[in-house]
Design a protein around this ligand. Structure first.
Ligand SMILES: [Zn+2]
Length: 92
């Protein structure tokens, strides 16, 4: 289970899928507090992914905040753009 780069808490499973031999394999995790999501991709994607890259996904803008190898997978941590500011304002 990945750890949130922002608050260092274990991240909750947000999405599972079943593949041959594995039922309900976790493929996406989320930290609701920081609006951070992480999903595993093939490591070859590392050539195309960079810290700070922004992407539009489901109508929301996200930014890559961390890349981490986990076994045979590359974990891509994305945070909703603007969420960090909202969090700080909320805690102030
Ligand atoms: Zn967090």
């Amino acid at each position: 289970m990945p750890t949130c780069p922002q608050c260092a808490q274990p991240m909750a499973v947000a999405q599972t899928m079943s593949v041959p031999g594995i039922q309900d394999k976790a493929v996406r995790w989320r930290c609701a507090r920081d609006a951070v999501e992480v999903g595993g991709v093939h490591p070859v994607q590392l050539a195309h992914l960079h810290l700070g890259d922004e992407a539009e996904e489901d109508g929301r803008r996200t930014r890559i905040i961390r890349l981490e190898m986990e076994g045979a997978e590359l974990l891509v941590f994305r945070q909703a753009v603007g969420a960090d500011k909202q969090t700080r304002a909320g805690n102030a």
